[in-house]
Design a protein around this ligand. Structure first.
Ligand code: GDP
Length: 297
């Protein structure tokens, strides 16, 4: 069995917030994620982020860290939530200032609200001559979403994901929101977390990007993730650097699983390799039986 141990308050240490970017198609989610990824170079580290592993961590000028799920669109968010995974602490919802509040914007808002995740609005494309951020804020007010400029409590910032204008201030607002959440995790135990994506690489075998949410993952640990298991052979960060351990709110790609788990699958580290294999096998069998049953009905 997988033990769910209770952490005592003194075991908990501050961790970085995990942020998802959502919004209507073409409103600038990818551009914003790209801008943040490309602009941020960790102090003392020469290389930028070279790998698209589905999530990345950045360090702001203030020295504070933030983790972004690099899977724009709420499809990934919804898929993960459907599997019971709650990985996001804060949602940035991008709205193009030269457009309207569109159906997918509304969907993103309701997904975030349903998950109880605080929203920070990024009113994007303000470099465009036809941009009208006030019209967007008015539209939000009509939906009962009052942003700060309108006397409300919801954070919002005008940005251009293209020129980078306002992006730093947007991130500071996200951090402020994160501070209110007092995010903590216990780094001193066996790791658990969520699978972000996984695929089969011809040369390297199964590569999975996972987000450690609690504990510390180490090379040699036995991991159980959905219906897959295996001993961690190697870990890499988003800069392609080999690392030996990863603590809470760290996204990493790992090698060593015997298959590709699904986005949103939880992972755990078990003491015992045999137990990990047995649980994975039992889950596969249950899944097969379930699919046989659904085919019959
Ligand atoms: P996504 O579908 O939400 O990921 O949107 P993209 O990031 O792919 O952006 C859609 C289009 O809008 C692309 O052609 C971008 O270059 C453009 N775009 C995104 N942000 C900005 C911006 O701030 N200003 C301008 N002028 N164009 C932008």
């Amino acid at each position: 069995s997988i033990e769910i141990d209770e952490d005592s308050p003194e075991d908990l240490k501050a961790r970085a917030p995990i942020v998802t970017v959502m919004g209507h198609v073409d409103h600038g989610k990818t551009s914003l994620l790209d801008y943040i990824r490309e602009e941020n170079v960790i102090a003392g580290e020469s290389g930028g982020i070279t790998q698209h592993i589905g999530a990345y961590g950045v360090t702001l000028e203030s020295g504070q860290k933030m983790t972004f799920l690099d899977t724009p669109g709420h499809e990934a968010f919804t898929a993960m939530r459907a599997r019971g995974a709650q990985v996001t602490d804060i949602a940035i919802i991008v709205i193009a200032a030269d457009d309207d509040i569109m159906p997918q914007t509304k969907e993103a808002i309701s997904h975030a609200q349903a998950a109880g995740v605080p929203i920070v609005f990024a009113i994007n494309k303000i470099d465009r001559p036809t941009a009208n951020p006030d019209k967007i804020k008015e539209g939000l007010a009509q939906m009962n979403l009052l942003v700060e400029d309108w006397g409300g409590k919801i954070q919002s910032h005008d940005i251009s994901a293209k020129t980078g204008d306002g992006v730093k201030d947007l991130l500071e607002k996200v951090l402020l929101e994160a501070e209110l959440l007092e995010l903590k995790a216990n780094p001193d135990k066996l790791a658990n977390g969520t699978v972000v994506e996984a695929f089969l690489d011809k040369g390297r075998g199964y590569v999975s990007t996972i987000l450690v949410q609690a504990g510390t993952l180490k090379i040699g640990d036995y991991v159980l993730a959905g219906t897959c298991s295996g001993k961690i052979k190697a870990m890499q960060d988003e800069r392609g650097k080999n690392i030996k351990k990863a603590g809470p709110a760290t996204p990493i790609s790992i090698l060593g699983l015997d298959g590709a788990p699904q986005a949103g699958d939880k992972f755990n580290v078990l003491d015992d390799e045999r137990e990990a294999k047995q649980i994975a096998a039992k889950r596969s069998q249950l899944q097969r039986e379930q699919s046989v049953r659904t085919q019959r009905h």
